[in-house]
Each structure stands twice: as structure tokens, then as C-alpha cells.
Design a protein around this ligand. Structure first.
Ligand SMILES: *Cc1c(COP(=O)(O)O)cnc(C)c1O
Length: 380
């Protein structure tokens, strides 16, 4: 099968050179908009492109408000703070994610709790979440979710939409509501992905996006906080050093962060936004071709969950077992077709190995079997 895969990828991408997992493309007005910021001298954190990029992103996702940040990790860090996460709190997330999800939790001096994922979505399992809460938590007299043994507050829950495939949002919304836990979606990988017609990142109190160079569209580096009217002002305040508006004085009324997206990057983002639908069509066409290639073989292609429209940011297959996975990785990478295993589980990393966790059978099963395939945009 690896020979057929290599041939398919070479034909599809039309090259005998090295084929990366994901490379950005700039087919639109990127150069024009970036040059415009240089000509205007507004390259930094003030400028018309930042405002436009935020408005574009709010209207595209259907989020009431969107606040741009320097990267997706910073967006998550501030989203957690806005949800009231404090030192010593617990924040539930999945072990199968990129390290940024957990790092943002750790930046708040809070502790991640790892709960299993579903096999079909690769995202946080609402069933596993509920089971863990029933076994380990209570609502106190004020309705705050606390652990039974050590009375820690379970403040927030951060599901991640893996490779762009939406997690089981209806059930995650209902479990987190019942347990009074703030839902924050890490939608870094799922710009352009919808769950029952609603854009990912808009189901909880906050959601975050990333525009890193390897995401479906890029600003070089960048991120976005999706939220409602109520938290927008504070999101902007915290990301701009908590400076109070004043014509000339420097007054900062709390600990703030220099997390605002520069205008230079936002200009790139505005141009990429104009191409986003084309990118998604190209991704979905490639996914459709991969699906055909793998049907009836011993590689299971990861498809969008029921009632969802995925952006298919990164295509993936599930191998029979770890040995099969390693064979595929060796054969393809040796031939200059880049493939990668899924991330090591977060609870296997030194920083997070002693964190609380539930049963992680599905995550462990997937960790040994999932391989990502070349997924760059090809316009035919
Ligand atoms: C890309 C990504 C982020 C944010 O990454 P930045 O590089 O900081 O923009 C966060 N979570 C996940 C799951 C990601 O894939």
C-alpha cells in the first residue's frame, strides 16, 4: 500500500521533489496588502488591517466578537484567564493534542486533567468526561464544580477539534453546563469546520484559532479569540498590556500581556481570508481522493464525523498496529513523501506526566496507529 500511496501523492502534487506535510500558499493579494502596511508605516499593533481581520473573522465564524493575538497559544492563555482560570484550578482537556493546549493551561498555573477522546472524532469524549466527573467531582453549595478528595475547582474544559474534525459538541456543551464548567474550544485546527451548521469555536464561552504557518491559512504567526460582547473589551485590554486609554499617560491597571497581532501579520491574514473558501474546497477534494485510494485497504482513512463539515486540515489514516504504522512512516519518508505519527500523548511528556487522568484507552490506541499524510492546498 505504501508504494501506491507514494505514487498517488507524487501524481497529485505533481512533483518528484520532497513533499512536505503542509506548506502555505499565497495565491491572492498577500504581497499587495503587506506592502501597503510598509508604505503606510503602520506595521505594528495599531492599524486598519487588524480591525478588518477581526471583523472578517467574526463574520466568517458567526462569533459576535473576535480579538486578534500574536499566536494561538496566546489566544488560549487569555481565553483561560477570561474564563476565570486561576492558580491551582483544574482544567480538563484531551491527551491527544498539540502541546500548546496544555502549555496555555500551565501558564495560568492551573493543572491539566486528561480525559479520553472518541475514536470517531479524535476529540474529547463527552461520555468519558461525564464518567470522570461523576467519579471524582461534586457541585458545592455555590454550584462550583470541585474534586471530592482535595476540593480543587474544575474551572474549565478545553476540547480540541483534531485535524479539523469537530468534537462531539452538543454533548460537551450539555455536560459542561450541567457541571458548571466553562467550555473553551481550541479550534486552532478547525477554521472552516462546522458542527451541525455552526462554526467550531463558537459553542462555548470562548474559542481560539491559530494562523501559524502550518494551519489552513496563515498570518506568519497569529491567533484569534472568539467570544461574545461581554468578554471582548477585557480580551483587548489584557492583550494590550492592560493600558487604560489616555492621550499621553502610561496607566496599566493590572498585569497585562503584549499579545496583540501586528498589522503586518493581519494584512497577510486579510488576503488569506479572501482565499479561505478555495483552500477548503481544495482540502476537501484531496480528502475525497485519499478516501477513494484507501477504500478496501488495510488503512482506515479518517473521515469527518456525522453531521459535520470538516476543513480536512490534516489528512490521516489509522494503521493496523504500531509495527504497521512504523513501516508506513519509514517507507514514505525514505521516498521524500513526508508523513508523521500523531503527537505523543500529553501525559507522556515530562511536564505533564504526573497530571490527573481518566482511562485513556482510545487515545493510547490512536497514538500507536495514526499517521498524517501530505495535506497542502493544491488548486487544480
Ligand atoms: C497550532 C495549534 C495551537 C496554537 O499554536 P500557535 O503556534 O501558538 O499559533 C494550539 N492548539 C493546537 C491544537 C494547535 O494545533
Amino acid at each position: 500500500m505504501s508504494d501506491q500511496l507514494i505514487q498517488f501523492v507524487r501524481d497529485y502534487f505533481g512533483t518528484n521533489e520532497f513533499i512536505p506535510l503542509h506548506a502555505p500558499v499565497f495565491p491572492g493579494r498577500e504581497k499587495e496588502y503587506v506592502a501597503d502596511t510598509i508604505e503606510s508605516t503602520f506595521v505594528s499593533s495599531v492599524g486598519a488591517y487588524v480591525d478588518r481581520f477581526e471583523q472578517d473573522m467574526a463574520s466568517y465564524t458567526g462569533s459576535p466578537k473576535a480579538v486578534a493575538t500574536v499566536n494561538g497559544t496566546a489566544a488560549l492563555h487569555i481565553a483561560l484567564k477570561l474564563a476565570g482560570v486561576e492558580a491551582g484550578d483544574l482544567v480538563i482537556t484531551q491527551p491527544l493534542t498539540f502541546v500548546a493546549t496544555c502549555n496555555a493551561i500551565a501558564y495560568c498555573n492551573a493543572e491539566p486533567v486528561f480525559i479520553d477522546v472518541d475514536r470517531d472524532t479524535l476529540g474529547l469524549s463527552a461520555k468519558a468526561l461525564e464518567a470522570w466527573l461523576e467519579e471524582h467531582a461534586n457541585l458545592d453549595s455555590e454550584g462550583v464544580c470541585r474534586t471530592r478528595t482535595d476540593n480543587k475547582v474544575v474551572r474549565a474544559c478545553v476540547p480540541m477539534h483534531t485535524f479539523g474534525h469537530p468534537a462531539d459538541l452538543d454533548r460537551l456543551v450539555s455536560v459542561t453546563r450541567r457541571w458548571n464548567i466553562a467550555l473553551i474550544e481550541d479550534a486552532a485546527e478547525s477554521l472552516g469546520s462546522y458542527y451541525k451548521g455552526q462554526h467550531t469555536g463558537t459553542f462555548g464561552v470562548l474559542g481560539t484559532l491559530s494562523f501559524n504557518g502550518n494551519k489552513i491559512m496563515t498570518t506568519g504567526g497569529g491567533g484569534m479569540i472568539l467570544t461574545g460582547e461581554a468578554l471582548e473589551t477585557r480580551a483587548k485590554h489584557l492583550t494590550t498590556t492592560a493600558k487604560k486609554p489616555h492621550p499621553f499617560e502610561y496607566i496599566h491597571d493590572e498585569l497585562g500581556y503584549n499579545y496583540r497581532l501586528p498589522n503586518l501579520n493581519a494584512a497577510l491574514g486579510c488576503a488569506q481570508m479572501e482565499q479561505l473558501e478555495t483552500f477548503i474546497e481544495a482540502k476537501r477534494a484531496l480528502a475525497g481522493s485519499y478516501e477513494g485510494l484507501f477504500s478496501g485497504t488495510n488503512l482506515e482513512f479518517v473521515k469527518e464525523p456525522a453531521e459535520c463539515r470538516s476543513n480536512y486540515w490534516l489528512n490521516a489514516v489509522i494503521c493496523d498496529d504500531k509495527a504497521h504504522r512504523d513501516e508506513l512512516l519509514e517507507a514514505t519518508n525514505q521516498q521524500g513523501v513526508m508523513t508523521r505519527p500523531i503527537w505523543a500523548l500529553m501525559n507522556h511528556l515530562v511536564m505533564y506526566q504526573s497530571c490527573r487522568r481518566g482511562d485513556l484507552s482510545n487515545a493510547e490506541w490512536l497514538e500507536a496507529r495514526v499517521v498524517n499524510l501530505p495535506s497542502s492546498v493544491v488548486t487544480k
